[in-house]
Design a binder for this molecule. Structure first.
Ligand code: SF4
Ligand code: FES
Length: 393
Protein backbone atom coordinates (compact mmCIF):
# COMPACT_ATOMS: atom_id res chain seq x y z
CA UNK A 1 0.00 0.00 0.00
CA UNK A 2 1.13 3.54 -0.64
CA UNK A 3 -0.65 5.22 2.19
CA UNK A 4 1.31 8.00 3.85
CA UNK A 5 0.71 9.74 7.13
CA UNK A 6 0.40 13.55 7.12
CA UNK A 7 3.89 13.71 8.66
CA UNK A 8 5.36 11.61 5.86
CA UNK A 9 3.52 13.73 3.35
CA UNK A 10 5.01 16.97 4.59
CA UNK A 11 8.43 15.36 4.58
CA UNK A 12 8.17 14.46 0.91
CA UNK A 13 6.24 17.49 -0.17
CA UNK A 14 8.12 20.76 -0.32
CA UNK A 15 5.34 23.26 -0.94
CA UNK A 16 5.57 25.04 -4.26
CA UNK A 17 4.09 28.52 -3.79
CA UNK A 18 2.74 28.54 -7.36
CA UNK A 19 0.23 25.77 -6.62
CA UNK A 20 -2.57 25.32 -4.16
CA UNK A 21 -1.68 23.10 -1.19
CA UNK A 22 -4.17 20.55 -2.43
CA UNK A 23 -6.32 20.05 -5.49
CA UNK A 24 -10.03 20.67 -4.99
CA UNK A 25 -11.08 17.59 -6.87
CA UNK A 26 -9.84 14.15 -7.87
CA UNK A 27 -11.23 12.33 -10.87
CA UNK A 28 -10.87 8.58 -10.46
CA UNK A 29 -11.28 6.52 -13.60
CA UNK A 30 -12.01 3.29 -11.77
CA UNK A 31 -12.14 1.35 -15.02
CA UNK A 32 -12.28 1.92 -18.75
CA UNK A 33 -14.88 -0.83 -19.16
CA UNK A 34 -18.25 0.51 -20.33
CA UNK A 35 -21.27 -0.99 -22.08
CA UNK A 36 -21.75 2.22 -24.09
CA UNK A 37 -19.56 3.21 -27.02
CA UNK A 38 -20.03 6.98 -27.30
CA UNK A 39 -17.86 8.36 -30.12
CA UNK A 40 -16.82 11.41 -28.04
CA UNK A 41 -15.60 9.55 -24.95
CA UNK A 42 -12.88 11.41 -23.04
CA UNK A 43 -11.02 8.18 -22.24
CA UNK A 44 -7.83 7.66 -24.23
CA UNK A 45 -8.19 5.84 -27.55
CA UNK A 46 -5.87 3.18 -26.14
CA UNK A 47 -8.20 1.84 -23.43
CA UNK A 48 -6.76 0.15 -20.35
CA UNK A 49 -7.59 -3.53 -19.80
CA UNK A 50 -9.35 -4.96 -16.76
CA UNK A 51 -6.36 -7.10 -15.72
CA UNK A 52 -4.24 -4.01 -15.09
CA UNK A 53 -6.77 -2.06 -12.98
CA UNK A 54 -5.89 -1.02 -9.41
CA UNK A 55 -7.17 -3.43 -6.76
CA UNK A 56 -9.80 -2.56 -4.17
CA UNK A 57 -7.10 -1.97 -1.53
CA UNK A 58 -5.11 0.28 -3.84
CA UNK A 59 -8.16 2.44 -4.60
CA UNK A 60 -8.99 2.58 -0.89
CA UNK A 61 -5.48 3.81 -0.22
CA UNK A 62 -5.90 6.49 -2.90
CA UNK A 63 -9.05 7.69 -1.12
CA UNK A 64 -7.31 7.85 2.26
CA UNK A 65 -4.36 9.72 0.80
CA UNK A 66 -6.73 12.16 -0.93
CA UNK A 67 -8.43 12.92 2.37
CA UNK A 68 -5.08 13.46 4.09
CA UNK A 69 -3.88 15.72 1.29
CA UNK A 70 -6.95 17.92 1.73
CA UNK A 71 -8.81 17.09 -1.48
CA UNK A 72 -12.49 17.99 -1.09
CA UNK A 73 -14.33 16.08 -3.81
CA UNK A 74 -13.88 12.75 -5.51
CA UNK A 75 -15.52 11.96 -8.82
CA UNK A 76 -15.95 8.20 -9.27
CA UNK A 77 -15.86 7.80 -12.98
CA UNK A 78 -14.84 5.49 -15.77
CA UNK A 79 -15.63 4.08 -18.28
CA UNK A 80 -18.61 3.04 -16.24
CA UNK A 81 -17.68 2.93 -12.54
CA UNK A 82 -20.61 0.71 -11.57
CA UNK A 83 -19.14 -2.25 -13.47
CA UNK A 84 -16.60 -2.50 -10.64
CA UNK A 85 -18.06 -4.99 -8.17
CA UNK A 86 -16.10 -3.33 -5.36
CA UNK A 87 -17.54 0.15 -5.94
CA UNK A 88 -19.19 0.00 -2.51
CA UNK A 89 -15.87 -0.68 -0.77
CA UNK A 90 -14.09 2.10 -2.65
CA UNK A 91 -16.94 4.52 -1.90
CA UNK A 92 -16.85 3.58 1.76
CA UNK A 93 -13.15 4.51 1.93
CA UNK A 94 -13.88 7.84 0.22
CA UNK A 95 -16.68 8.64 2.66
CA UNK A 96 -14.49 7.71 5.64
CA UNK A 97 -11.77 9.99 4.24
CA UNK A 98 -14.24 12.88 4.42
CA UNK A 99 -14.53 13.40 0.66
CA UNK A 100 -17.64 14.73 -1.06
CA UNK A 101 -18.54 11.86 -3.40
CA UNK A 102 -19.89 12.12 -6.92
CA UNK A 103 -20.75 9.12 -9.07
CA UNK A 104 -20.43 9.81 -12.79
CA UNK A 105 -22.50 7.16 -14.51
CA UNK A 106 -24.34 6.33 -17.70
CA UNK A 107 -26.89 4.64 -15.43
CA UNK A 108 -27.53 1.51 -17.50
CA UNK A 109 -25.75 -1.02 -15.29
CA UNK A 110 -27.21 -0.18 -11.89
CA UNK A 111 -30.42 -1.32 -10.23
CA UNK A 112 -32.48 0.31 -7.50
CA UNK A 113 -31.15 -1.87 -4.71
CA UNK A 114 -27.52 -1.07 -5.50
CA UNK A 115 -28.14 2.66 -5.84
CA UNK A 116 -29.92 2.67 -2.45
CA UNK A 117 -26.96 0.83 -0.96
CA UNK A 118 -24.57 3.46 -2.35
CA UNK A 119 -26.74 6.20 -0.85
CA UNK A 120 -26.71 4.40 2.49
CA UNK A 121 -22.90 4.23 2.41
CA UNK A 122 -22.83 7.99 1.90
CA UNK A 123 -22.82 8.82 -1.79
CA UNK A 124 -23.61 12.54 -2.07
CA UNK A 125 -24.22 13.18 -5.73
CA UNK A 126 -25.07 11.40 -8.98
CA UNK A 127 -24.03 12.81 -12.33
CA UNK A 128 -26.06 11.00 -14.95
CA UNK A 129 -25.09 11.27 -18.60
CA UNK A 130 -27.58 11.25 -21.45
CA UNK A 131 -26.85 10.89 -25.15
CA UNK A 132 -30.10 12.49 -26.33
CA UNK A 133 -33.76 12.80 -25.31
CA UNK A 134 -34.82 11.13 -28.50
CA UNK A 135 -34.38 7.48 -27.53
CA UNK A 136 -33.66 6.18 -31.02
CA UNK A 137 -30.96 8.76 -31.55
CA UNK A 138 -29.57 8.07 -28.07
CA UNK A 139 -29.33 4.37 -28.94
CA UNK A 140 -27.50 5.19 -32.16
CA UNK A 141 -25.02 7.60 -30.53
CA UNK A 142 -24.16 5.21 -27.71
CA UNK A 143 -24.47 1.98 -29.75
CA UNK A 144 -26.61 0.72 -26.86
CA UNK A 145 -30.31 -0.10 -26.94
CA UNK A 146 -32.85 1.18 -24.43
CA UNK A 147 -30.52 3.38 -22.37
CA UNK A 148 -32.83 6.38 -22.01
CA UNK A 149 -35.61 4.49 -20.20
CA UNK A 150 -33.04 3.15 -17.75
CA UNK A 151 -31.69 6.63 -17.08
CA UNK A 152 -35.17 7.91 -16.23
CA UNK A 153 -35.45 5.15 -13.62
CA UNK A 154 -32.02 5.98 -12.19
CA UNK A 155 -32.97 9.64 -11.86
CA UNK A 156 -36.09 8.66 -9.93
CA UNK A 157 -34.16 6.38 -7.58
CA UNK A 158 -31.55 9.10 -7.04
CA UNK A 159 -34.20 11.56 -5.89
CA UNK A 160 -35.95 8.88 -3.83
CA UNK A 161 -32.64 8.27 -2.02
CA UNK A 162 -32.27 11.99 -1.33
CA UNK A 163 -29.09 12.48 -3.37
CA UNK A 164 -28.27 15.49 -5.51
CA UNK A 165 -28.59 14.94 -9.26
CA UNK A 166 -26.89 16.54 -12.26
CA UNK A 167 -27.74 15.63 -15.83
CA UNK A 168 -24.71 15.66 -18.07
CA UNK A 169 -25.66 16.25 -21.70
CA UNK A 170 -22.72 16.23 -24.11
CA UNK A 171 -23.90 17.99 -27.26
CA UNK A 172 -22.67 17.97 -30.82
CA UNK A 173 -23.86 18.11 -34.38
CA UNK A 174 -26.14 15.09 -34.04
CA UNK A 175 -28.19 16.14 -31.01
CA UNK A 176 -27.75 19.92 -30.71
CA UNK A 177 -31.25 20.51 -32.09
CA UNK A 178 -32.66 19.00 -28.89
CA UNK A 179 -31.09 21.35 -26.31
CA UNK A 180 -34.43 22.83 -25.09
CA UNK A 181 -35.89 19.31 -24.67
CA UNK A 182 -32.78 18.20 -22.77
CA UNK A 183 -33.29 21.01 -20.27
CA UNK A 184 -36.96 20.07 -19.85
CA UNK A 185 -35.92 16.43 -19.44
CA UNK A 186 -33.51 17.38 -16.64
CA UNK A 187 -36.24 19.33 -14.84
CA UNK A 188 -38.64 16.39 -15.15
CA UNK A 189 -35.93 14.16 -13.68
CA UNK A 190 -35.66 16.46 -10.66
CA UNK A 191 -32.07 17.47 -11.39
CA UNK A 192 -30.70 20.56 -9.69
CA UNK A 193 -28.24 21.15 -12.49
CA UNK A 194 -27.68 20.31 -16.14
CA UNK A 195 -24.39 20.56 -17.96
CA UNK A 196 -24.88 21.31 -21.63
CA UNK A 197 -21.33 20.41 -22.50
CA UNK A 198 -20.19 20.80 -26.07
CA UNK A 199 -17.97 17.92 -26.94
CA UNK A 200 -14.29 18.82 -26.52
CA UNK A 201 -12.14 17.51 -29.31
CA UNK A 202 -9.58 15.20 -27.73
CA UNK A 203 -9.23 11.43 -27.85
CA UNK A 204 -12.31 9.77 -29.38
CA UNK A 205 -13.99 13.08 -30.15
CA UNK A 206 -10.97 14.21 -32.16
CA UNK A 207 -11.20 11.02 -34.22
CA UNK A 208 -14.90 11.74 -34.76
CA UNK A 209 -14.67 15.50 -35.18
CA UNK A 210 -16.18 15.42 -38.68
CA UNK A 211 -19.33 13.71 -37.37
CA UNK A 212 -19.61 15.80 -34.23
CA UNK A 213 -18.76 19.40 -35.14
CA UNK A 214 -21.91 21.58 -35.17
CA UNK A 215 -22.19 24.54 -37.50
CA UNK A 216 -21.59 27.98 -36.04
CA UNK A 217 -25.26 28.78 -36.70
CA UNK A 218 -26.56 25.78 -34.78
CA UNK A 219 -24.17 26.56 -31.92
CA UNK A 220 -25.43 30.18 -31.80
CA UNK A 221 -29.04 28.92 -31.75
CA UNK A 222 -28.27 26.53 -28.87
CA UNK A 223 -26.48 29.29 -26.93
CA UNK A 224 -29.55 31.52 -27.30
CA UNK A 225 -31.84 28.69 -26.20
CA UNK A 226 -29.73 28.19 -23.09
CA UNK A 227 -29.89 31.89 -22.28
CA UNK A 228 -33.69 31.86 -22.61
CA UNK A 229 -33.99 28.73 -20.51
CA UNK A 230 -31.79 30.22 -17.78
CA UNK A 231 -34.22 33.10 -17.51
CA UNK A 232 -37.31 30.89 -17.70
CA UNK A 233 -36.12 28.29 -15.17
CA UNK A 234 -34.30 30.61 -12.75
CA UNK A 235 -34.46 29.09 -9.27
CA UNK A 236 -35.55 25.73 -10.68
CA UNK A 237 -32.42 24.42 -12.34
CA UNK A 238 -28.85 25.62 -12.85
CA UNK A 239 -27.80 25.39 -16.48
CA UNK A 240 -24.07 25.23 -17.18
CA UNK A 241 -22.78 25.44 -20.71
CA UNK A 242 -19.39 24.51 -22.15
CA UNK A 243 -18.89 26.16 -25.54
CA UNK A 244 -17.07 24.49 -28.42
CA UNK A 245 -13.51 25.81 -28.53
CA UNK A 246 -13.60 26.21 -32.28
CA UNK A 247 -16.19 28.97 -32.05
CA UNK A 248 -14.77 30.80 -29.05
CA UNK A 249 -12.73 34.01 -29.04
CA UNK A 250 -10.61 33.00 -26.07
CA UNK A 251 -9.91 29.50 -24.80
CA UNK A 252 -11.37 27.97 -21.67
CA UNK A 253 -9.11 27.78 -18.59
CA UNK A 254 -8.71 24.05 -19.14
CA UNK A 255 -8.81 22.14 -15.84
CA UNK A 256 -8.87 25.53 -14.12
CA UNK A 257 -5.16 25.74 -14.96
CA UNK A 258 -2.64 22.90 -15.28
CA UNK A 259 -1.99 21.23 -11.92
CA UNK A 260 -3.92 23.91 -10.10
CA UNK A 261 -7.26 22.44 -9.08
CA UNK A 262 -7.64 18.79 -10.01
CA UNK A 263 -5.82 15.56 -10.53
CA UNK A 264 -6.84 12.46 -12.40
CA UNK A 265 -6.05 8.83 -11.53
CA UNK A 266 -6.24 6.29 -14.36
CA UNK A 267 -7.51 2.71 -13.90
CA UNK A 268 -3.87 1.53 -13.66
CA UNK A 269 -3.01 4.18 -11.07
CA UNK A 270 -1.10 6.73 -13.11
CA UNK A 271 -1.68 10.25 -11.79
CA UNK A 272 -2.31 12.91 -14.42
CA UNK A 273 -2.87 16.67 -14.33
CA UNK A 274 -5.80 16.15 -16.70
CA UNK A 275 -7.61 13.21 -18.26
CA UNK A 276 -5.94 13.74 -21.67
CA UNK A 277 -2.42 14.50 -20.40
CA UNK A 278 -1.00 11.23 -21.72
CA UNK A 279 -1.55 12.57 -25.24
CA UNK A 280 1.44 14.88 -24.55
CA UNK A 281 3.91 12.21 -25.50
CA UNK A 282 7.08 13.57 -23.85
CA UNK A 283 5.58 13.70 -20.35
CA UNK A 284 6.15 10.93 -17.82
CA UNK A 285 3.65 10.08 -15.14
CA UNK A 286 4.00 8.67 -11.65
CA UNK A 287 1.86 5.85 -10.32
CA UNK A 288 0.15 5.68 -6.93
CA UNK A 289 1.68 2.22 -6.58
CA UNK A 290 5.17 3.78 -6.53
CA UNK A 291 4.88 7.24 -4.97
CA UNK A 292 2.57 8.97 -2.46
CA UNK A 293 -0.24 11.01 -3.97
CA UNK A 294 0.82 14.22 -2.17
CA UNK A 295 4.36 13.91 -3.47
CA UNK A 296 3.12 13.37 -7.03
CA UNK A 297 0.81 16.39 -6.79
CA UNK A 298 3.48 18.72 -5.42
CA UNK A 299 6.65 17.42 -7.01
CA UNK A 300 5.73 15.18 -9.95
CA UNK A 301 7.45 16.16 -13.22
CA UNK A 302 4.26 16.18 -15.26
CA UNK A 303 2.52 18.40 -12.69
CA UNK A 304 5.32 20.95 -12.50
CA UNK A 305 5.93 21.07 -16.24
CA UNK A 306 3.15 23.60 -17.01
CA UNK A 307 2.16 24.73 -13.52
CA UNK A 308 1.95 28.51 -13.09
CA UNK A 309 2.87 30.81 -15.98
CA UNK A 310 6.70 30.62 -16.21
CA UNK A 311 6.64 28.14 -19.10
CA UNK A 312 4.56 30.43 -21.34
CA UNK A 313 5.72 31.87 -24.65
CA UNK A 314 4.31 34.89 -26.46
CA UNK A 315 1.55 35.92 -26.91
CA UNK A 316 0.48 34.38 -23.57
CA UNK A 317 3.56 35.53 -21.62
CA UNK A 318 2.59 39.20 -21.70
CA UNK A 319 -1.17 38.76 -22.11
CA UNK A 320 -3.47 40.26 -19.43
CA UNK A 321 -5.59 37.09 -19.60
CA UNK A 322 -2.80 34.70 -18.68
CA UNK A 323 -4.03 34.26 -15.11
CA UNK A 324 -7.61 33.92 -16.36
CA UNK A 325 -7.34 31.14 -18.94
CA UNK A 326 -3.73 29.98 -18.38
CA UNK A 327 -3.11 29.87 -22.12
CA UNK A 328 -5.99 27.46 -22.73
CA UNK A 329 -5.51 23.74 -23.06
CA UNK A 330 -2.02 22.19 -23.09
CA UNK A 331 -3.27 18.97 -24.66
CA UNK A 332 -4.99 20.82 -27.48
CA UNK A 333 -1.92 23.02 -28.05
CA UNK A 334 0.23 19.89 -28.30
CA UNK A 335 -2.22 17.99 -30.53
CA UNK A 336 -2.62 20.86 -32.97
CA UNK A 337 0.80 22.58 -32.92
CA UNK A 338 3.16 19.85 -31.71
CA UNK A 339 4.31 22.04 -28.79
CA UNK A 340 2.37 22.14 -25.53
CA UNK A 341 3.90 25.52 -24.60
CA UNK A 342 2.30 27.20 -27.59
CA UNK A 343 -0.86 29.24 -27.19
CA UNK A 344 -3.94 27.05 -27.59
CA UNK A 345 -5.18 27.66 -31.17
CA UNK A 346 -8.64 28.19 -29.68
CA UNK A 347 -7.34 31.67 -28.76
CA UNK A 348 -7.95 34.35 -31.39
CA UNK A 349 -4.47 35.72 -30.56
CA UNK A 350 -2.80 32.48 -31.63
CA UNK A 351 -1.13 32.74 -35.06
CA UNK A 352 -2.81 29.41 -35.88
CA UNK A 353 -6.31 30.41 -34.91
CA UNK A 354 -7.79 31.42 -38.26
CA UNK A 355 -6.56 28.36 -40.09
CA UNK A 356 -7.84 26.16 -37.29
CA UNK A 357 -11.28 27.80 -37.06
CA UNK A 358 -11.70 27.18 -40.79
CA UNK A 359 -11.51 23.44 -40.13
CA UNK A 360 -14.69 23.70 -38.07
CA UNK A 361 -16.49 25.66 -40.79
CA UNK A 362 -15.57 23.12 -43.45
CA UNK A 363 -16.23 19.97 -41.41
CA UNK A 364 -19.52 21.17 -39.98
CA UNK A 365 -20.88 21.85 -43.48
CA UNK A 366 -19.71 18.54 -44.96
CA UNK A 367 -21.55 15.22 -44.91
CA UNK A 368 -20.77 13.63 -41.52
CA UNK A 369 -18.75 10.41 -41.73
CA UNK A 370 -19.89 7.31 -39.82
CA UNK A 371 -19.03 7.23 -36.13
CA UNK A 372 -15.86 5.49 -35.01
CA UNK A 373 -17.29 3.96 -31.85
CA UNK A 374 -15.35 3.85 -28.61
CA UNK A 375 -14.24 0.27 -28.16
CA UNK A 376 -11.00 -1.62 -27.66
CA UNK A 377 -9.24 -1.51 -31.03
CA UNK A 378 -11.91 0.81 -32.43
CA UNK A 379 -9.49 3.70 -32.88
CA UNK A 380 -7.45 1.89 -35.48
CA UNK A 381 -8.13 4.03 -38.51
CA UNK A 382 -6.33 4.51 -41.76
CA UNK A 383 -4.93 7.91 -42.64
CA UNK A 384 -7.97 8.56 -44.80
CA UNK A 385 -10.29 7.99 -41.85
CA UNK A 386 -11.83 4.69 -42.97
CA UNK A 387 -11.93 2.00 -40.32
CA UNK A 388 -9.53 -0.89 -40.48
CA UNK A 389 -11.21 -4.22 -39.79
CA UNK A 390 -10.98 -4.94 -36.06
CA UNK A 391 -10.75 -8.58 -34.99
CA UNK A 392 -13.94 -9.75 -33.33
CA UNK A 393 -16.18 -7.10 -34.85
FE1 SF4 B 1 -5.18 33.36 -23.03
FE2 SF4 B 1 -2.71 33.20 -24.12
FE3 SF4 B 1 -4.81 33.89 -25.62
FE4 SF4 B 1 -3.89 35.59 -23.75
S1 SF4 B 1 -2.80 34.90 -25.59
S2 SF4 B 1 -6.06 35.10 -24.17
S3 SF4 B 1 -3.28 34.10 -22.13
S4 SF4 B 1 -4.48 31.92 -24.58
FE1 FES C 1 -5.35 18.41 -20.92
FE2 FES C 1 -6.83 20.58 -21.50
S1 FES C 1 -7.37 18.45 -21.72
S2 FES C 1 -4.96 20.50 -20.41
Amino acid sequence: MNEVTPVEQSAVAAVDPSCARAPVGMLCELTHRCPLQCPYCSNPTDLERVATELTTEEWQSVMRQAGELGILQVHLSGGEPTVRKDLEEILEAAVKAGLYTNLITAGVTINRERLMKLAEIGLDHVQLSIQDVDSENADRISAYKGGLAKKIEVSQWTKEAGMALTINAPIHRQNIHNVPRMIEFAIECGAGRIEIAHVQYYAWALLNRGSLMPTRESFMTAAKQVEEAREKYKGIIVIDMVVPDYYAKFPKPCMGGWAKQILNVTPQGRVLPCHAAESITHLTFDNVKDRPLADIWLNGDAFNKYRGTEWMKEPCRTCPRKEIDFGGCRCQAFALTGDATNTDPACSLSPMHDEWAKVAEVESHSTPPDFIYRRVGGAKVTVGGAKEPVPGE
